[in-house]
Design a protein around this ligand. Structure first.
Ligand code: ZN
Length: 541
């Protein structure tokens, strides 16, 4: 067995190392020396969108504090967009380019601890998203009245697909971002945060939006259409929260009905995860021509006003049709993705595992524990165990798509181990307050959960996040005696599980060695409780 395991681990490491990464992957995915010396404090992004020409132009003023003195700064912007010029202290700066990365030579001495700003002007026809939100870029669409209906999405490919910025997750502008979007006069532009002013120009309007909290780059978005607005005030844990909805004129009635789930979502998630993390910036749902995305404080929505995932139940249990997948899932990301943000995309399960898990906590809150268990167990059918959940660090490479439903099932398993739902809820709330508005690694989350639960979870995380092995409990039954052990595990994996013997629940503590447990009566039926993400196999002597 041991030989087999090491052979398997060898295979896993080769298959990861076997992937080839380019210099561009490293420039994008690592904290390069040209990024490390400065700390982002604020962005002021101004962009004009010309829908008929599918052309954009604008500028981004980047404010930063100098951590270590340096004169060379990396900014990212992806072709075909071009940098027109870069200005600091009213003087144009020179720069060199290496693919998507641009290295600006700063003239002025950058004094440690001081704050400076640099403005990057850019223009061009941005990449079009063909399969938004998965490939990313601009979606140029039309509503049924023939009016422009436009949105950006850029998870994975990076925010630098449409605007110049420091395109890495580790650094967020602490003071937020101002976003001004200029569009034809008959259209509405919706971005993140709050609407500050609308400037009327002869043929255009400029919509000024402001986010005052830290924000991850991929969460910044602009959406343009013939929107109508409605909203409500939600009385939440931190007082009154503005919840605003922007939808196409033609969908107003459908939206008024479907978006009744938004305050229900807020109620369930504040209960489980703690206060909504961006009261100052409000909460919004914004209709878009693609499925949806967790853009911070402006969750984008394109689920066709249907429950489920475009009308489908991902769990095949019926419970998945009790809620609108995009309203619930994408909003769950406000806590896990926007509040707690991964520092490297290799740890993307922090976003998708916890958020996939949030779907069943929504069910738990509104439909009870049985519904939640059945749902999360139902989603196991999509787990492939093809690659580990954790990806490759420093090269912008995420792990397996199993980060969603396997991630959710790992957390559901952990809930069983804690055996105290109120404690589990406090732990989830503690996570959100401990890492409030921060970027973190999976390791930090893992260690924090070991501390908060009081259980050393080292092998638990390594087994589930870093291998593709699902532990197997092998067992034998002889009269009233149950023998059991784990196979297909890493060294020292010893997670206890509940076994149901003759209909009664009992904890057992399997390891890689055979153990026995005697019961009073002969064992007529034995099975591992389904809530644990393990497999079991009866071994016949
Ligand atoms: Zn997600």
């Amino acid at each position: 067995m041991k030989q087999f395991l090491s052979a398997l681990l060898f295979f896993i490491s080769i298959s990861v190392l076997g992937q080839t990464f380019t210099i561009q992957d490293t420039l994008r995915g690592s904290i390069t020396p040209e990024r490390a010396w400065w700390d982002l404090t604020y962005y002021n992004l101004q962009v004009e969108v010309k829908p008929d020409e599918r052309f954009i132009s604008g500028s981004n003023t980047i404010r930063y504090i100098v951590l270590e003195e340096s004169q060379l700064m990396q900014i990212d912007l992806q072709p075909p967009l071009k940098i027109e010029k870069i200005i600091q202290n009213e003087k144009e700066l020179s720069f060199t380019s290496e693919g998507n990365a641009h290295f600006i030579q700063l003239n002025k001495k950058q004094n440690k601890g001081k704050e400076y700003e640099v403005t990057v002007y850019f223009s061009g026809k941005p990449r079009e998203a063909i399969r938004a939100p998965w490939d990313g870029g601009f979606s140029w669409s039309r509503d049924s009245n023939g009016k422009h209906f436009i949105a950006t999405s850029n998870q994975g490919i990076g925010a630098s697909i449409w605007w110049p910025n420091k395109d890495h997750y580790y650094d967020e502008p602490e003071k937020g971002i101002d976003i001004s979007v200029t569009v034809p006069i008959d259209l509405v532009a919706v971005s993140n945060g709050r609407l500050i002013t609308i400037e009327e120009n002869p043929e255009t309007k400029t919509w000024h939006w402001r986010v005052i909290n830290p924000i991850n780059n991929y969460g910044v978005n602009i959406n343009i259409g013939d929107y109508i607005h409605f909203g409500e005030t939600y009385n939440g844990e931190e007082g009154n929260l503005d919840m605003d909805y922007y939808v196409l004129r033609e969908n107003k009635a459908k939206a008024r009905k479907q978006f009744k789930q938004a305050p229900k979502m807020m109620e369930a998630f504040e209960y489980w995860f703690g206060p909504y993390p961006f009261y100052e910036d409000s909460f919004k749902l914004v209709e878009v021509p693609y499925l949806g995305m967790e853009h911070q404080s402006s969750i984008t929505y394109g689920n066709k006003y249907k429950n489920g995932y475009m009308g489908r139940d991902l769990s095949s249990t019926g419970w998945g049709l009790k809620f609108d997948f995009i309203i619930i899932h994408e909003s769950g990301h406000e806590w896990f993705a926007n509040n707690i943000t991964h520092i490297d995309v290799a740890d993307m399960w922090i976003h998708e595992g916890f958020t996939a898990y949030s779907e069943n906590l929504y069910l738990d809150y509104h439909f009870g524990k049985k519904a939640s268990s059945e749902y999360v167990i139902g989603t196991r059918k999509s787990i492939r165990n093809d690659r580990p959940i954790i990806g490759t660090y420093h090269v912008n490479k995420e792990g397996s798509g199993d980060m969603y439903s396997k991630g959710a099932n790992i957390l559901h398993t952990l809930r069983q181990l804690i055996e105290d739902d109120e404690k589990w809820r406090q732990i989830l709330r503690d996570l959100n307050s401990t890492y409030y508005h921060q970027t973190v690694s999976s390791k930090e989350i893992e260690d924090c959960l070991s501390d908060l639960t009081g259980i050393d979870l080292t092998e638990f995380w390594d087994q589930y996040l870093r291998t593709t092995m699902v532990p197997i409990v092998e067992y034998k039954v002889i009269n009233n005696v149950l023998s059991f052990r784990y196979v297909y595990i890493i060294e020292n994996f010893d997670m206890p599980v509940i076994v149901i013997i003759n209909g009664k629940e009992e904890w057992i503590f399997p390891t890689s060695e055979w153990k026995t447990k005697a019961f009073t009566d002969d064992i007529k039926s034995a099975k591992i409780k389904e809530d644990f993400y393990v497999r079991s196999e009866q071994v016949l002597d």
